[in-house]
Design a binder for this molecule. Structure first.
Ligand SMILES: O=c1[nH]cnc2c1ncn2[C@@H]1O[C@H](CO)[C@@H](O)[C@H]1O
Length: 341
């Protein structure tokens, strides 16, 4: 396993499902908490923070997530957070990441949309320059905030249209937040050339995934693990090559699955469903992309070649350009060849 861990650490990777605020490291959380001292329940001390990040269920997770969102008060916070995410991704040999960003949450808390987009763009340029990592944005609707947040997220996406923006998403709770109501917003986002990447089937059943496909035109599904409960859906995902962005430790920590041994990733792969492995909210779940690759390797019984295939799959399922995919795939191939000779 040590060899495999080292192989994973050096493997060039793409990350397709990772949330912006959910990527704030304990160091950045402490820095933000210190900047805005006395007005947040989020502890600055790393041990207390780890305890704060013990989630009773998915609803509790969202509540805690939003308390961390509250730490981000101005454009400088947004820039710092985003730039530091680039640093951490590059440390893990991530070359390309599609970061799910929720502009609505920050704009509602008083950061102007223009300043918010400028801050993430500034960080994107800086992260490429300083760390050699390419970031792209998925702007997601926070489901719990309903249709007004959909309207506002779409408006920001289309009016600001930051250079890194490539896709439109839907996050937050699924229970009580049916997907079809968001159809008009996804229609407009897609008409404007954004890819459709909603979350579905993380905390509810396969019906939500069908809705995401039929109503929202999903090209990839965030999580989508409930597909394992529906043979017809798994066949459809396999035939249509609609990938799932699987985040095993996240599912464990939000208690979407009771035990990693019960995680459906193996069943999905066996049914031919295309998947990528991702980290979701790594510090909040006490994980990293490297660790998720190791978890997937254990669950799927993968060797080095299998793990390199996971990295190639993420590239294939990404929204990188044809050339970008070819370049990163070649880098993975070369790394694998060098490691095995
Ligand atoms: O695993 C997840 N599922 C759904 N939403 C999530 C997850 N992780 C972070 N968020 C974030 O939760 C916020 C509230 O809707 C959104 O910002 C969404 O991006």
């Amino acid at each position: 396993m040590t060899d495999l861990t080292a192989f994973i650490a050096g493997l060039p990777k793409a990350e397709l499902h990772v949330h912006h605020v959910g990527s704030a490291s304990p160091r950045i959380v402490a820095e933000l908490a210190a900047r805005h001292e006395g007005s947040s329940p989020v502890p600055a001390d790393p041990a207390a923070l780890a305890e704060y990040f013990e989630f009773r269920d998915f609803a509790h997770f969202i509540e805690i997530y939003l308390s961390v969102v509250d730490l981000i008060r101005d454009a400088a916070d947004v820039r710092l957070l985003t730039y530091e995410i680039g640093r951490e991704l590059s440390r893990q040999q991530v070359r390309y990441a599609e970061l799910t960003v929720t502009p609505y949450s920050s704009v509602r808390r008083g950061i102007p949309a223009g300043a918010f987009c400028e801050a993430i763009e500034d960080a994107r340029v800086g992260a490429r320059r300083d760390f050699g990592v390419d970031l792209a944005w998925c702007f997601d609707i926070p489901g719990e905030a309903g249709l007004p947040s959909a309207e506002e997220t779409l408006r920001i996406a289309l009016e600001e249209r930051p250079d890194g923006l490539i896709s439109f998403g839907l996050g937050g709770p699924e229970i009580g937040v049916p997907r079809p109501q968001f159809k008009p917003y996804f229609d407009k986002a897609r008409a404007a050339g954004l890819h459709s990447v909603p979350h579905a089937g993380e905390t509810t059943g396969p019906g939500t995934i069908w809705d995401a496909i039929r109503e929202l035109g999903a090209e990839r599904i965030g999580h989508g693990i409930a597909a394992a409960q529906d043979e017809g859906l798994m066949s459809y995902l396999a035939e249509q090559q609609i990938p799932l962005e699987v985040c095993p430790t996240s599912n464990l920590r939000t208690r979407a699955v009771a035990d990693l041994a019960e995680h459906p990733i193996g069943k999905l792969v066996a049914a031919g469903v295309p998947i990528s492995v991702n980290s979701d909210d790594p510090p909040m779940f006490g994980t990293s992309l490297e660790r998720e690759y190791a978890v997937a390797a254990t669950l799927l019984g993968l060797d080095q070649h299998g793990v390199a295939d996971l990295a190639r799959a993420a590239v294939r399922h990404s929204f990188l350009s044809f050339d970008g995919k070819a370049k990163l795939t070649a880098e993975i191939d070369a790394y694998e060849a060098a490691a095995t000779h």
